[in-house]
Design a protein around this ligand. Sequence first.
Ligand SMILES: *[C@@H]1O[C@H](CO)[C@@H](O)[C@H](O)[C@H]1NC(C)=O
Ligand SMILES: *[C@@H]1O[C@H](CO)[C@@H](O)[C@H](O)[C@H]1NC(C)=O
Length: 315
Amino acid sequence: MASRAVRGVAIVFVVALLCSGASAGNISIYWGQNGFEATLASTCASGNFEIVMLAFLSEFGNGRTPVLNLAGHCDPPSGTCKSLSADIESCQSSGVKVFLSLGGAWGSYSIASADDAQDVATYLWNNYLGGNSGSGPLGAAVLDGIDFDIEATTEHWDDLAKAVSALSTSSKKVYLSAAPQCPYPDNHLGVALQTGLFDYVWIQSYNNPPCHYANDDATNLVNSWTLWTTSVPTAQTGSFYLGLPAAPAAAPSGGYIEPDILISQVLPQIKGSSAYGGVMLWSKYYDEQTNYSSSIKDYVIRKPSLVEVPTLASA
Ligand SMILES: *[C@@H]1O[C@H](CO)[C@@H](O)[C@H](O)[C@H]1NC(C)=O
Ligand SMILES: *[C@@H]1O[C@H](CO)[C@@H](O)[C@H](O)[C@H]1NC(C)=O
């Protein structure tokens, strides 16, 4: 009796998952560094993404005037990025969270002290998180969180994580995410990650042969995944996302995984763990070269035991 009832519930659950279609995939993606990619609104309207990170706030800290860089999409000094407010709000109304990503590979940024971290957090609150509505580079829209794609300097990123985390109130949660590179511990974010304050950790599993997929072999990637997910405390379960290039050209030093290989060989090895949340992609521009997110979205969900993974039809 009991087991039949349980099985009945399980079958209903599987059908519910299969029917949820477009919204099944937990994929986060970076948007903003190529003016030729789709608009933010249409990126969210694709139904492929749970979270979109706006890349990047490329200059900040230690007295710098903060600079938002969204490549060819718009020009912050002349106010043209304020039109993104409507896009951000359309994303949010369809259930997609939008974060501001700090840093990137080419920016100029550092935090000088705990006080400086507080100043940067206050700036973020006033300009991007609703503190001083309408006056920020993106206009009146209120972002959902702050992403740390920190690839320079080592000091005080823990102070910035604490200061940003402290912005959350009972009526407004400010999410924190981080994009460490896969060699463990991360040179720049290692200390900050040990605070356990991050809701999402996208492990950049590319451009780093010791921990990315290479030569048809996922061993290094899976070992790295296990080390990360058992060593870094996070603010929730399901925090860890496998960070991948969405096209070969997105990762000049390697790590691209063909979608059918990801689905059949890599995801089954990592998505059974409660630490697993999904897949992060760099970036929307490259996703449009391959349709990577569309190919994988039905397979990235957690609890693989509930859904049979069909074999992909060969092209
Ligand atoms: C997947 O995304 C949905 C929203 O689209 C969210 O409710 C759910 O918690 C996410 N799952 C994980 C494991 O993060
Ligand atoms: C991606 O999907 C779009 C829309 O369906 C299609 O026009 C395009 O040819 C696809 N690109 C690739 C590389 O498959």
